[in-house]
Design a binder for this molecule. Structure first.
Ligand SMILES: O=C(O)CCC(=O)C(=O)O
Length: 262
């Protein structure tokens, strides 16, 4: 017996091969149930931040209720700066080592958002996370940490295996685009069914979407995104500066000029 336990690799060769082939990977039980119970309590605290929840605050995202059309608060983006609990999860060595193993080099936190997806909230159309901004990192990878169970009925994320190899499917014009109709065989989607503490990881060229939350409970996912160190180093602050400027412009185009970030 060795005197010192050997450190195990964060991923097996089979997991890495599956990620390269499919463009996504689910790591089961990366976080313990108790850690996710603490995260769930933190979500409740954050959901009560009525001082931040305002339609002019570009930290907040909103979705319609699928049946009534009511406007529902859906997401804080970013969240790590207002929540030490979420900030710690975003920089947790267990998670960062897994993403670094996929890169074969250190991963740097790029973006962090907490999607609450309350009961009734509509989902997301089919899209890729890559956006044609100058220098947007092609190594952008998202690790979605399940705080609640995620299944078809509550609007789990659905990914399309293998399509990442085709790169970006929309014009690289700096605008957000849904994946063009017919570009992906919509029968091949895999719904990411997750238990609290599971983490789904997928790259920015993976087409994905989600349905409405048709359950009576929240579907909370901490969406953490990283870039490889060699792809620009630590870019989180620069990303949010660029993202906020872009969001303000987009809102202004729709006649909304009173936006702020808080
Ligand atoms: O949480 C979801 O339902 C999907 C979120 C998503 O696709 C995204 O934020 O890019």
């Amino acid at each position: 017996m060795p005197a010192v336990a050997e450190r195990t690799a964060p991923l097996t060769a089979a997991q890495r091969a599956a990620y390269d082939r499919d463009g996504f990977l689910v790591v089961r039980g990366l976080f313990a149930p108790l850690e996710m119970a603490v995260a769930a309590l933190e979500c409740e605290r954050l959901y009560g931040r009525d001082d931040l929840k305002h339609t002019n605050n570009i930290r907040c995202r909103w979705k319609d209720h699928a049946a009534t059309g009511e406007c529902l608060f859906e997401c804080f983006d970013p969240v790590a700066d207002i929540s030490p609990v979420m900030g710690q999860l975003a920089r947790d060595p267990r998670l960062v080592e897994v993403v670094s193993a996929l890169y074969d080099e250190p991963a740097r936190l790029f973006k962090d958002k907490l999607i609450f997806k309350p009961p009734g909230a509509t989902g997301y159309d089919l899209h890729q996370d890559y956006i044609g901004w100058k220098d947007f990192p092609k190594t952008f990878v998202t690790a979605a940490v399940a705080i609640d169970p995620c299944a078809k009925g509550n609007g789990a994320t659905e990914v399309f295996p293998g399509c990442h190899r085709r790169g970006y499917l929309s014009p690289e014009d700096g605008d957000y685009h849904n994946v063009p109709a017919g570009a992906v065989d919509e029968g091949t989607g895999v719904v990411l069914e997750l238990e609290p503490g599971d983490v789904a990881i997928f790259g920015c060229f993976v087409p994905h979407r989600s349905d409405a939350n048709r359950s009576d409970g929240w579907r909370r996912l901490l969406y953490l995104s990283y870039n490889a160190d060699s792809d620009g180093g630590d870019r989180r602050d620069a990303h949010y500066a660029e993202f906020h400027a872009w969001l303000k412009l987009k809102y202004a185009e729709y006649g909304k000029h009173e936006t702020y970030f808080r």
